[in-house]
Design a protein around this ligand. Structure first.
Ligand code: ATP
Ligand code: MN
Ligand code: MN
Length: 384
């Protein structure tokens, strides 16, 4: 081969937090397939396998071009034997028999449908599957006993499974800003999650709230929730108070990836009249008086949207912002990098250096990357 024909080797770092992963990439056929297998591994409680497939998919998302031959994968990290076999099959035949079989299996489809109900996790879905339930309609018809979250999940099933658009996220941002500034002037509201990474749609809208006066944010969530409820804007909410300081073993509790902020998992009632009229006319699927028993309301004046609210003290705001921006794999890789490569533990509250036996404070995401010895990756490139 002439030197000019040699494609330059791609230097692919092995942790997702060392790489730039844009939202749009060139290998979605392959990554969709690997992510089916990852999801199926999650459904069968095989976490190790699931992460392995997700890491493999994530490497392909970071490639500057589409994979055409197995040669294109030379020297890439995180591609295990199983992932390589699936990729090869797709490159050779267009599809992978394992992926197609999985996709169509009764268990996979039922687990996907059941975990698609708000308030239903893998464990519950698995139990229901073994009891013979297959989808959200079975939950109604077989009078399954549901908790309050799951009731709401069934009731608003169609809306909650309709992707939230950026425009809807912006309308909700305006509402949340109004609510928060009314109950605590000077508070800072940040849109986090997928929308901060530049996604066009999401399954929910995530907000992080803080105030420059440390302590001013305490007990803020109940006030926000009351304000929203008074305006008739909430269809469901579950508020959890801050448990960060309740832990006797010291604050960060790094091994646990659930954080301990004051938070609220909610379902907003979004008036359609708040959206521009052109969307309203175009999108006729919007609350069209669905009759399958999952939505009790009729008419099309509003829709249900999942919203997550989190309140953080100012001193933890940078860590909370980093922790709630995602993607989930990016977060996981950040924590793994901190632990395995730096002897540190990172959470959405703090960064602890085990060697120095002290917390390392930070005022911005950039500072946290620096403390971790990583190049700064902006939110739009964290779509690992
Ligand atoms: P989507 O568009 O599907 O909503 P997303 O990336 O916004 O995608 P979310 O499930 O909303 O996904 O999560 C957003 C971020 O919040 C993720 O980075 C996740 O790590 C973090 N997160 C979600 N739930 C928790 C939790 N219980 N504790 C700590 N962090 C969480
Ligand atoms: Mn989200
Ligand atoms: Mn969320």
């Amino acid at each position: 081969t002439k030197p000019s024909e040699v494609t330059p080797a791609i230097l692919m770092k092995s942790y997702a937090c060392q790489r730039r992963t844009p939202l749009k990439h060139h290998n979605s056929v392959l990554t969709d397939a690997l992510e089916i297998l990852a999801l199926n591994a999650e459904f069968t409680k095989n976490e190790g396998r699931s992460v392995a497939f997700r890491r493999a998919a994530s490497v392909l998302k970071a490639l500057p071009r589409g994979v055409r031959t197995m040669d294109d994968l030379k020297d890439l990290p995180c591609l295990g034997e199983h992932s390589l076999r699936v990729i090869k099959e797709i490159l050779d035949a267009g599809t992978s028999s394992e992926v197609e079989w999985t996709r169509q299996s009764e268990q996979f489809q039922a687990m996907k449908a059941l975990t698609g109900v708000f308030g239903v996790g893998v464990r519950t879905a698995d139990r229901w599957f073994r009891e013979g339930l297959r989808n959200h309609l079975d939950l109604i018809h077989k009078s399954q006993k549901l908790n309050r979250a799951q009731e709401a999940g069934v009731q608003y099933y169609n809306d909650l499974n309709t992707p939230v658009t950026k425009k809807e996220a912006m309308v909700i941002t305006v509402i949340v800003e109004k609510a928060v500034n009314d109950v605590l002037p000077g508070a800072i509201i940040t849109l986090t999650g997928g929308f901060r990474r530049g996604k066009e749609v999401g399954h929910d809208v995530d907000f992080l709230i803080t105030h420059p006066d440390e302590g001013a944010e305490e007990k803020l969530m109940p006030k926000i929730v009351n304000w929203l409820e008074d305006q008739g804007l909430l269809l469901y909410q579950k508020t959890t108070r801050n448990s960060y300081l309740e832990n006797k073993d010291g604050p960060a509790r790094p091994a646990c990836n659930m954080d301990r902020f004051e938070r609220c998992f909610s379902i907003f009632k979004l008036e359609r009249s708040k959206l521009d009229s052109d969307t309203r006319i175009e999108d006729s699927s919007y609350n069209s008086g669905v009759t399958d028993g999952t939505q009790t309301h009729s008419g099309s004046t509003w829709r249900a949207v999942r919203v997550d609210l989190v309140v953080s003290p100012y001193s933890q705001f940078a860590f909370a912002t980093l922790g709630w921006t995602g993607s989930k794999l990016f977060e996981r890789e950040l924590r793994r990098w901190a632990g395995q490569e730096k002897g540190m533990s990172l959470s959405s509250h703090a960064l602890y250096d085990s060697k120095q036996q002290r917390y390392l404070p930070a005022n911005s995401e950039e500072e946290i990357f620096t403390l971790l010895g990583l190049e700064y990756i902006p939110p739009s490139e964290r779509n690992a």
